[in-house]
Design a protein around this ligand. Structure first.
Ligand code: HSE
Length: 310
């Protein structure tokens, strides 16, 4: 038996909600898991880059150190077993190491597929908690799992508390994907262990504004909210041009806010549907100055999370 799961790309943080807010995008990885019939055939992992594009699949391992396998192994351990013969196939459309949640997507997909194969021994709570243990970021895992706009917290007991938030469909996303990769570990290594109290308070207020703006569809409030002092300023050195792009777009018609996608290096522009040409020109010109080329994706919110496909 073989089970395939389609899982969306995600963007975490969204400015003020470092490690908390996230959203899903209609760009997918498909993860298939099957128990092979030949005893002793062991674990086989295949990665197929569907778009065969320049983003490649990097040096993603295809042995037991692969994160999808590690997540599935934890699920098997949860029911007191170890995986013996398994074939895992990952078809990728989501660029890796660009801040678009490619690892969350494959972990969530692999877990849901394996859980289905095993007769659904684990509920959503267990799957979310295993996925977050392997990936480390509930702000990516939650929208990959559930779709939409989400807030999530990874609690000390390993559980994930989450809520789906409303979204005004008049607000659009433009994802600017640069032509280089940035590893999340490296991007986290530049963050300080402690932050000034005033910066924490700054983000606290903006997170509250963000939630309010979503519930009241208040564009001006969302514009106030889409700011950050906890991670973006520190990551600027790894994403040259980030603050210039944010500043250059500040007064551009249509732009509601500009933030880093997760740990970077992609940049997300939230806008109200107008000014696409001007926005692209500003980003292209600003990044050109830093010798960075960009690929643009205009995408709506993906409201559905991971789903089993035939
Ligand atoms: N919230 C995490 C970070 C997302 O910014 O490091 C990592 O994908």
């Amino acid at each position: 038996m073989k089970v395939s799961v389609k899982t969306p790309a995600t963007i975490a943080n969204l400015g003020p909600g470092f490690d908390s807010f996230g959203l899903a995008l209609p760009l997918y990885n498909i993860i298939s898991v099957e128990e092979t019939v030949l005893p002793g055939s062991g674990i086989e992992i295949n990665i197929i880059n569907e778009k065969n594009n320049e983003n490649g699949i990097g040096d993603v391992p295809t042995d037991k150190t692969n994160i999808v396998y590690k997540a599935i192994e934890l699920l098997y351990n949860f029911i007191g077993q170890v995986p013996a013969e398994l074939k895992i196939t990952i078809k990728t459309q989501i660029p890796i190491s660009r801040g678009l949640g490619s690892s969350s997507s494959v972990i969530v997909g692999g877990l849901i597929a394996a859980n289905e194969l095993l007769g659904r021994p684990a509920d959503e709570k267990v799957l979310m908690s295993i996925a977050t243990e392997i990936e480390g970021h509930p702000d990516n895992i939650t929208p990959a799992f559930k779709g939409g706009m989400t807030m999530a917290s990874w609690e000390d007991d390993g559980s994930v508390i989450y809520k789906k938030l409303p979204w005004n469909d008049e607000w659009k996303f433009m994802v600017c994907i640069p032509d280089y990769e940035l590893n999340t570990e490296i991007s986290r290594s530049v963050l300080p262990k402690e932050v000034p109290l005033k910066d924490a308070v700054f983000n606290l207020k903006r997170s509250a504004m963000f939630i309010d703006a979503l519930y009241t569809k208040d564009e001006k409030m969302l514009n106030f909210a889409l700011k950050d002092k906890l991670h973006q300023p520190y990551r600027e050195k790894l994403v040259p041009g980030l603050s210039d792009i944010i500043n250059n777009l500040k007064h551009t018609n249509g732009v509601i806010g500009t933030v880093l996608c997760g740990a970077g290096p992609s940049i997300l522009i939230i806008y109200n549907g107008i000014g696409v040409g001007e926005i692209k020109e500003i980003v292209t010109n600003t990044w050109n100055y830093f010798n960075v080329k960009t690929n643009f994706l205009n995408l709506p919110l993906e409201k559905e999370g991971a789903s089993i496909i035939i």
